[in-house]
Design a protein around this ligand. Structure first.
Ligand code: ADP
Ligand code: MG
Length: 274
């Protein structure tokens, strides 16, 4: 690895602003993700987490700001196409994100076909992908209707990995799953990170998860990053009043399953330095 590669973030998000009509969903958001690391994004419901995820993967175009991948600004058709190969996305609801009319192998092969990467070895690649997410013993020509939520999410992860990305954007990938399955999916994601050197932008409501998996945390409030830093510092000793209240609300709410969410509990980022 050259010095340049070591110091250039894998992903660099700069001053992203996104409006829906007169509503500003993201207001100048910046963050960096280094190769092979996990950056978590936390914040109450409606703070703009999913919008940022969608902008990062190119499902939504920002009104302002830029996304750089390996030091190159993602701009223009060819750069965007190359970038889409390099980044995968896993959504919250594995039932909504798989079309029941397609077989498992068709679902996983879809990104390969979309990028002209489905060659003579396509079937074998799909089989390997299913194997890598613990679905090696499932009939690849069957339909997803019999699969559990956890199995569906595994298929979604296989699909996200199909083009060989170096970054996965995971938008609450375990929050629609049974509690018993959540840890399995999380462990799978951690294993895949080790094996493939993946970086994650990880959106979650679960602070135990944040603590376990993150190198860095960004706290979003009404479309702005109000605090960011190493996970141990942000979660262990939050500097900003908003983060403290966010954590406090979560802790008071449910000490066992520390979740951020539900109706907005917080009236404003009083005392936060922006
Ligand atoms: P989060 O994922 O943190 O809950 P979202 O990014 O989904 O928040 O939404 C942030 C805000 O942007 C919300 O107020 C939401 O209603 C609004 N929003 C998101 N997508 C759209 C859209 N396509 N059109 C209009 N408003 C939207
Ligand atoms: Mg969301």
């Amino acid at each position: 690895m050259s010095t340049h590669e070591r110091h250039t973030p894998l992903l660099s998000v700069r001053d992203i602003t996104k409006r829906f009509g007169s509503f500003t969903a993201l207001d100048g958001v910046s963050l960096d993700i280094r190769a092979g690391t996990t950056v978590s994004l936390v914040g109450e419901s409606g703070s703009g987490k999913s919008t940022l995820a969608r902008v990062v993967v190119g499902l939504e175009s920002p009104d302002d700001g830029s996304v750089r991948h390996r030091g190159e600004t993602v701009r223009g058709r060819r750069a965007r196409q190359a970038f889409r190969r390099g980044v995968g996305m896993v959504f919250q609801d594995p039932y909504e994100s798989i079309d029941p009319r397609f077989t498992l192998s068709e679902v996983v092969a879809e990104p390969l076909r979309a990028h002209g990467m489905y060659g003579p070895d396509g079937r074998e690649r799909v089989r390997e992908l299913l194997e890598s997410v613990g679905m090696g013993s499932v009939d690849a020509d069957s339909y997803p209707n019999r699969l559990s939520g956890g199995q569906r999410q595994r298929v979604c992860i296989a699909r996200a990995l199909a083009t060989g990305p170096d970054l996965l954007v995971c938008d609450e990938p375990t929050s629609a799953l049974d509690v018993s399955v959540q840890a399995q999916i999380l462990n799978l994601l951690m294993t895949l990170q080790q094996e493939r050197g993946l970086a994650y932008l990880f959106i979650t409501h679960d602070l135990d998860v944040v603590r376990r998996i993150s190198d860095e945390v960004h706290v979003l409030y009404r479309g702005s990053v109000v605090e960011h830093g190493p996970a141990t510092e942000v979660i262990g000793a939050p500097r900003e009043a908003y983060t403290q209240r966010l954590l406090g609300a979560v802790l008071a709410d449910s000490p066992r399953h520390r979740r951020i969410g539900g109706p907005p509990l917080l009236s404003g980022p009083a005392g936060t330095a922006r």
